[in-house]
Design a protein around this ligand. Structure first.
Ligand code: NDP
Length: 460
């Protein structure tokens, strides 16, 4: 059975008339993009007090400008499979905002990819990147290509075809893509190889998430998952608690999920379940992260194969129900809108104390409201999963200076950055009368940084 993400929860909080008008105009102008509307709405619902405090933002139409991408590129990607059959996919790159630095954000390969998905991801990315305090703007891209079941040679031909067009739009000082769902080190290798071949430049800083042997940075692979767990640990510390001894449920079993599971174990917690798009494994004694890496990263198999190799202690359940497993910490690390209002209510009923979004917008609006009303410590994706892009910025820094840092040094920087992001969100929420509300803190702090840079740069 396939687990289908829920459509976003639709209940809206009231906005003041002016903001409601701006929001509705943007929705009318961008029809049939529900995920983009959802991401916009969340930001609009929290930045009201900032806009009220800054009449210069209103006068300069900053909200309207921030919500309109600087550039949206859609292109044809023709490629042939191993039998010689021709396929045509669609490629996207949305260059959202470069006020703080070159556009920066991953590429996603998944059949669900369309312009609305890429725009929601680019919009989130913009504020996330601002929160890191690094000099990076926001962008996102990808394709509706489905990599599942494709051979290495097919993946390579597809990546080469995509880069043949994408290369004219990107560059170390222009736009710097990275991985996301369906795009890991293997795909980035094929993409970088084609970029290098076409441009005749060894421009390491044009992509991040690269392999260590060809310009990659230590800790980039681990960064999003590790960073998410660090963020949750900081949220718990703010409540005089820690991860030690806690049962944790993680969704997904890809890059973010695997390294979140690893870091939970290192900090004394225990991950008792994780999933893929077909179902989940429940293993009360704790997921074996080394076997998980072997099954998912090396052999590219399914969670059902993991359960089979673990034997009787691990149970594979076909379909949904992951969030009904009692736990104290939940880390949704798979995809958007995978955790709905009912799942959030089940988690709260079972005593969840903290939720960290490893994925981008994995919780529906109803789910977020349920957590906030229950007083659960809730770390939104733009803050909690910013460790990946922050470490990408560290990779760019190392590429620019032809340097290579140790694992320990890089991880220390990641920990500092996640702590700073936590503290910025926490303090901003306090200042805006919403103590402990990381959604308000992240949106307001990210928005203000972008808005101030845009004001300083004139009418852009
Ligand atoms: P991967 O492709 O490595 O893994 C994705 C995981 O999520 C897989 O286990 C996949 O299962 C599962 N999944 C994907 N789509 C669905 C679906 N529709 N329903 C249920 N499960 C699904 O991707 P990443 O780990 O890199 O990315 C996961 C999330 O984290 C995404 O939201 C991404 O945007 C976000 N993110 C990633 C960053 C990074 O550095 N990689 C940085 C910041 C955020 P299956 O294999 O069965 O498809």
């Amino acid at each position: 059975m396939t687990v289908t993400p829920a459509v976003s929860g639709t209940a809206h909080t009231t906005l003041d008339d002016r903001l409601e008008g701006v929001y509705e105009a943007i929705v009318r102008r961008n029809p049939a993009q529900p995920e983009f509307h959802q991401a916009l709405r969340e930001v609009f619902e929290t930045v009201g007090p900032v806009v009220a405090k800054h009449p210069e933002y209103v006068e300069a139409k900053l909200l309207e400008r921030i919500c309109e991408p600087e550039r949206q590129i859609i292109f044809r990607v023709p490629w042939t499979d191993d039998r010689g059959e021709v396929h045509v996919n669609r490629g996207f790159r949305v260059e959202f905002n470069s006020a703080l630095g070159p556009y920066k954000g991953g590429l996603r390969f998944h059949p669900s990819v369309d312009l609305g998905i890429i725009k929601f991801l680019g919009f989130e990315q913009l504020f996330k990147n601002a929160l890191t305090g690094m000099p990076i703007g926001g962008g996102k891209g990808g394709s509706d290509f489905d990599p599942k079941g494709r051979s290495d040679a097919e993946i390579m031909r597809f990546c080469q075809a995509l880069m043949t067009e994408l290369q004219r739009h990107i560059g170390e000082y222009t736009d710097v893509p990275a991985g996301d769902i369906g795009v890991g080190e293997r795909e980035l290798g094929y993409l970088f190889g084609q970029y290098k071949r076409i441009t005749n430049r060894y421009e390491s800083g044009v992509l991040t998430g690269k392999g260590l042997a060809w310009g990659g940075a230590r800790v980039r692979r681990e960064a999003t998952g590790y960073g998410c767990v660090y963020f949750v640990e900081r949220m718990l510390e703010a409540r005089d608690m820690s991860l030690e001894g806690r049962d944790v449920v993680v969704s997904g079993s890809g890059n973010v999920a695997i390294y979140a599971i690893e870091k939970v174990g290192q900090l004394g917690g225990r991950v008792i379940a994780c999933s893929d798009s077909t179902g989940f494994v429940h293993e009360p004694t704790g997921i074996d992260v080394e076997l998980l890496k072997q099954v998912k990263e090396v052999e590219r198999l399914r969670m059902s194969d993991y359960a089979e190799r673990r034997g009787s202690g691990a149970r594979f359940v076909d379909g949904s129900g992951l969030w009904e497993i009692p736990c104290e910490v939940a880390l949704p690390c798979a995809t958007q809108n995978e955790l709905d209002g009912d799942a959030a209510a089940a988690l709260v009923r079972n005593g969840v104390i903290a939720v960290g979004e490893g994925a981008n917008m994995p919780c529906t609006r109803d789910a977020v409201r349920t957590f906030r009303e229950a007083g659960t410590a809730f770390g939104p994706g733009k803050a909690a999963n910013a460790g990946g892009v922050a470490t990408s910025a560290l990779e760019m820094q190392q590429n620019a200076s032809r340097d290579s840092w140790t694992f320990e040094h890089t991880e220390e920087r990641l920990l500092e950055i996640m702590t700073d992001i936590h503290d910025a969100c926490f303090e901003t929420a306090d200042q805006y009368g919403a103590p402990g509300d990381y959604v308000t803190g992240a949106n307001v702090a990210g928005f203000t940084r972008v808005a101030d840079a845009m004001l300083a740069l004139g009418l852009i």
